[in-house]
Design a protein around this ligand. Structure first.
Ligand SMILES: NC(=O)c1ccc[n+]([C@@H]2O[C@H](COP(=O)([O-])OP(=O)(O)OC[C@H]3O[C@@H](n4cnc5c(N)ncnc54)[C@H](O)[C@@H]3O)[C@@H](O)[C@H]2O)c1
Length: 339
């Protein structure tokens, strides 16, 4: 008898796991959140117990047991990047489908290894490249595909995170600033989503990215090093662009903006993930303001809905480890070129 629901255990209850994945696995169709993973005496245990009381789910302390538990169909891994490989490997070996945070592993060769292992085991291994489902990018892609800007010729992308916000999430002492363990600094980590988004958006590959970066403490923000990382990108379809990732701005100056320029003189601009503007001649412009909520804002919930259907064999996985590698190899170039 074919399965009707996917029973998932989530590991990693921090910034993204706790806020986006756990609530989404509870809510998307055909999904049952069985429980969450905690480590004794750590912050994750306090959060896990709260979730257990709130939702009546299980708390698991032993990952190896989760990986061989016949009641578990899938796992979500949103622990720090240095632990992705080990946790994912054991889950795949246990025959579980895996929803895996990005970067998949600090080294590309380990990401490839996980991908091949999953293929061999016949399980879904889906890297969490959620920008593909962010409502603003989805709408912008629809506009591109109906020819609203003619042929795309150039792009700009800017992602500024406020220094005090990033310092709270990933202080200098955290795994995110440990190049050896994580594969790079936060600019390496955070650029993978947009680099993947460009490949999906333009249906092409990245031909090259040249990077320049500056890392410097930010006045008034303790235990923190900022980054300003600039890329010049060329896609295989001829589109050229500039990228800037920054974490040195004050609160209120955080931005996310994606602009696509077409050969008919029109431009699509996506601000954050919900405001889309199509600029034409003179004052001519059309505006869409979408209203996604919670984990829908950056596409997490939508991707989880797709992952669940892929585990049930009802949808073909639209993102694979090959996509993760195709994006991550250009993020990794920040490290090999500059640091
Ligand atoms: N998809 C996205 O939008 C997005 C956004 C931010 C971060 N990320 C990625 O998600 C991952 C986690 O980032 P974060 O900012 O949420 O991290 P975080 O440090 O805020 O949280 C990590 C969580 O994992 C738990 N944990 C750590 N090691 C564990 C282990 N071995 N077993 C079980 N639990 C463990 C911690 O207790 C904590 O709950 C990273 O790979 C990061 O690159 C993805």
């Amino acid at each position: 008898m074919s399965k009707k629901e996917v029973r998932t255990v989530c590991a990693g209850l921090g910034f993204v796991g706790g806020a986006a994945h756990v609530p989404s696995f509870r809510k998307v169709p055909d999904s049952k959140l069985l429980g969450v993973v905690a480590r004794k005496g750590r912050e994750s245990e306090r959060i896990a117990i709260q979730l257990k009381e709130k939702y009546g789910i299980n708390v698991y302390y032993d990952w190896d047991a989760v990986c061989v538990d016949p009641n578990v169909d899938a796992v979500c891994i949103a622990v720090p990047t240095p632990d992705h490989y080990e946790l994912a490997k054991r889950a795949i070996e246990g025959g579980k489908h895996v929803f895996l945070e990005m970067p998949m592993a600090p080294e590309l060769q380990k990401a490839e290894e996980l991908g091949r292992l999953a293929e061999g085991k016949g399980v879904v291994l889906m890297p969490i490249l959620n920008f593909r489902h962010a409502p603003g990018y989805v709408k912008a892609k629809e506009l591109l595909e109906v020819g609203a800007i003619g042929k795309p010729i150039a792009l700009t992308f800017r992602e500024f995170i406020a220094a005090e916000d990033l310092a709270r999430q990933w202080p200098l002492s955290s795994w995110a600033w440990d190049i050896k363990k994580s594969g790079g600094y936060p600019d390496f980590t955070l650029s993978v989503w947009s680099l993947d988004m460009f490949r999906w958006f333009f249906k092409t590959e990245i031909e090259n990215v040249k990077w320049a970066a500056c890392y410097m403490p930010v006045e008034g923000v303790d235990s923190f090093k900022g980054y300003q990382t600039v890329g010049i990108i060329r896609l295989k379809n001829g589109v050229v662009g500039n990228l800037i990732y920054g974490s040195s701005v004050a609160k209120g100056q955080d931005t996310s903006r994606f602009e696509v320029f077409g050969n008919n003189g029109k431009t699509i601009v996506v601000d954050w993930s919900d405001k889309i503007t199509l600029y034409g001649k003179g004052d001519e412009k059309e505006l869409w303001k979408l209203e996604p909520k919670g984990p829908e804002v950056w596409g997490h919930k939508q991707l989880i809905a797709h992952f669940v259907q892929a585990c049930l064999g009802k949808e073909k996985p639209e993102i694979t480890y090959k996509d993760a590698i195709a994006a991550q190899k250009w993020s990794a170039k920040i490290v090999t070129d500059l640091i």
